[in-house]
Design a protein around this ligand. Sequence first.
Ligand SMILES: O=P(O)(O)OC[C@H]1O[C@H](O)[C@H](O)[C@@H](O)[C@@H]1O
Length: 551
Amino acid sequence: MNIQKLTSLAHSAKMRSIVSLFDQKERVDDFSISTPHLHLDYSKQNITDVELEQLIEIAQGVSLSEEITKQFSGVKINNTEERSVLHTVLRAPQVVKQQILGETLANEVEAAEQQMANVVNNVQNGILTGHTGKRFTDVLAIGIGGSYYGVKVSLSALEHYRDLRLAVHFIANVDGGALEEKLKKLNSETTLVVVISKTFTTQETMLNAKAVKQWMLSCASVEEPKLNNVAAIIEKHWFAVSSNIEAAKEFGINVKHILPMWDWVGGRFSLWSTVGLPLALAIGNDNFNKLKQGAYEMDMHFKSTDFKHNMPVIMALLGIWNRNALEYPTLAILPYAHSLRALPGYLQQTDMESNGKSVSKSGDKLSWLTAPVVFGQEGTNGQHAFMQLMHQSDDIIPTDFIVALKGRSQYTENHKVLVANCFAQSEALMQGKTLQQVKIELEMSDLSADEISLIAPHKTMKGNTPSNTLVMDSLTPETIGSLLALYEHKIFVQGVLWQVNSFDQWGVELGKQLGARILSAIDGAEDDLLSASSQSLIARFRDRSKVTPSV
Ligand SMILES: O=P(O)(O)OC[C@H]1O[C@H](O)[C@H](O)[C@@H](O)[C@@H]1O
């Protein structure tokens, strides 16, 4: 990436006000893009036509079009793991699957989709039941990271589409308190369990799965002594989604209940695969397919639209502009929809786990910074908390505002207020309030000149915070599919510009390895290579929890 070019371009941008850019008459039209399900207004970004053109040239300079083609056609762009990155193929029509994957693999994928659709139909129709013949009323999905966030965000976004006979619960955290709280609410006789783990080795997921198995078996032995047949209970109630079929079998899961995953679909992009089972159980096959259709439409837009009118490309370039040219280190995600409350968490994983890197694909140290720190919360709650800092500290925090024009509840007045708050915040963050404006306002009050001088600086707002506003008509499977695919592609484009491998996560791996070492140390193993701080914390824990050495 031509970082010098970016830095020199940013020189004048850093000095000017975003508001002044609106002198250009057609700015709102020129700085907006519509796709079948989404509308992006990026006119409140601190950027001009000319600068955007230069950014597009930078993108062309790293052969972005060719990189897009490589991704969609299955070239192994995840070079450190020698893998293709083909989540997009999962939402494409069968004929495209055949072209990209070849006939045999495409047929396997189709068979897995059919298997999943059958499970959904059979659970919803009461053909698949628990071991006592009762219908399933609850689904407990056990998984973490990419085997959790995508399903979680879509399920809360599409709550209105949920089959009310079936509630879906998640266990991701390894905290036993979370597990206990969840299990208290469940009836083991009518609970279907799905263990989602691509590797089927993730410590948290495996530990939780074992605990839930134990719970289910102990409930059965208390309530129905005659039916205390371990294999039958696990066989009927348990499902697995994994690419490690052997490990799932070993766990005791009925082979017919194991749905395959593919190593060419990364965990954080896997919602479109059989990982979506708990979601499909909740919203039904038709709606799940509509979600995929919405994503596919975004794929088509991304693949076939020139960069200037390409929503993911433009969002990516704006992100690069804010991060590397204007040097803003953070990105706020503010969905003005309670149903999208899980979006910031989901994007923290997809964005930061993908692009939080500092070496290029060929292993060279980069001379620019990559992914911003992503954070956020549902609006309007954030307004009554961290947004104070966004208005008045000297840090500028670029923001994505996301809102649906039509609400889903009967409380139309609430929805109007919600939307008004969304639009008001982007305006306030851009306009700010000068000392002069505050003083004029205060002069209308009873305050003395001295009091005005004292209070006025406290009421000024810096403004000039850039933002995108992403608007959809309403929250539907298609719009949510499009929205998630939009961010997937934005992240991909940024990875290409930053020249990183967006599809590995070695940093997370280190945490996993050290987690195992610390666990052994807690169990009594000597580990002199651990820091004095960690050794002391381990000793304190052993002392307080009376751990008996097992090694
Ligand atoms: O699906 P699993 O194999 O259990 O992996 C779950 C998660 O593990 C790690 O945290 C990875 O960084 C994630 O990308 C992955 O989604």
